[in-house]
Design a binder for this molecule. Structure first.
Ligand SMILES: [Zn+2]
Length: 316
């Protein structure tokens, strides 16, 4: 999302770089991966690990494996969770060469344009998504990750992208671009819908997109001293209990990435922009609950779909 935001701000005459929009924040991606890890076949886990550990050193992917004294399987699980955030890690301007080689901002989302008319959500067919987008990339990656003609390390990079994008596509604001009079080219997945006072500098502004990225953290307080991964582990187990796989099995829709994206778009149309959500104001507790009610099952489903996808891809 960041690139799109920067373009708009440049057009507006501002050179300020806005806050980074991460697309579910690290917690969300780690929870999705943790759920998938729980459900994946041991053979799938090991095949994936072998690929990621051969990723080129300049990608800083294999180096996410913690180097402590715990048994390897627990450290591999941590690597799997951290790898789901790798596509955001490589956005960092601190390592420009790594960013240049591995970062692809437009892979993280697709824009389905729509508007509200007389209280109804209608599509805006005059605006079309970019050709390269999250739906198309998932189709691309499912083929490239099992292409044995490709270097194993690059297939490890493909794995990291899959872990991340399966999370992103379940964030409703990654598939939606609402068109309004003030946002005739779409609101960039809620990045142009501001939740902080008008006069807030762009860099510090709170945006609807970021609000949704952070929704788990808003709903689940962290225990004192809890590490990021311990927190994500705890949330994954709560979410799996509340939304067991048995209740979601019929919804896996394997390989139907366009259908997955449409689910997010439907949520965006029905639940993300109620008339009582006001710009330039912190959303109410009622809104937080509504958002959480949408996000939590979406995160569970993302985890189950990710496990199913990887099991199928790496079954032989
Ligand atoms: Zn992303």
């Amino acid at each position: 999302m960041k690139k799109r935001l920067i373009c708009v701000l440049l057009v507006m005459g501002s050179l300020l770089v806005p806050q980074s929009a991460l697309a579910w924040n690290y917690t969300g991606h780690e929870v999705v991966a943790r759920i998938a890890w729980e459900k994946m076949e041991p053979q799938t886990r090991q095949r994936i690990m072998a690929l990621m550990m051969q990723a080129p050193a300049d990608a800083d992917l294999a180096s996410l494996l913690p180097a402590d004294n715990r048994p390897l399987i627990f450290r591999q699980r941590d690597l799997f969770m951290l790898a789901a955030t790798w596509a955001d890690i490589v956005r960092s301007d601190e390592f420009p060469q790594r960013k240049e080689k591995y970062h692809h901002s437009i892979w993280h989302f697709t824009n389905f344009f729509w508007r509200q008319q007389n209280g109804m959500a209608v599509d805006a067919p005059e605006l079309q998504p970019e050709k390269i987008n999250i739906v198309e990339r998932l189709g691309f990656l499912q083929a490239s990750v099992v292409d044995k003609k490709r270097a194993a390390g690059m297939r490890g990079i493909d794995v990291a992208w899959i872990l991340h994008l399966v999370g992103d596509i379940h964030q409703p604001l990654h598939t939606s671009a609402r068109v309004t009079d003030t946002e005739p080219k779409g609101d960039q997945g809620g990045n142009l819908f501001l939740l902080s006072p008008k006069e807030t500098p762009p860099r510090e502004a709170k945006r609807l997109h970021g609000y949704w990225d952070d929704i788990l953290n808003k709903s689940f307080p962290r225990n004192g001293g809890e590490t990021d991964l311990a927190y994500a582990n705890r949330l994954a187990s709560v979410i799996m209990q509340r939304h067991p796989e048995s209740k979601m099995n019929a919804r896996l829709k394997q390989g139907e990435y366009a259908a997955w994206a449409q689910e997010g778009l439907a949520s965006a149309k029905t639940s993300v922009y109620p008339s009582w959500l006001k710009r330039f104001q912190t959303p109410s507790e009622k809104y937080r609950k509504q958002a959480h009610t949408v996000a939590e099952p979406a995160i569970a489903l993302a985890g189950y779909r990710l496990a199913d996808m990887l099991d199928r891809l790496f079954s032989n």
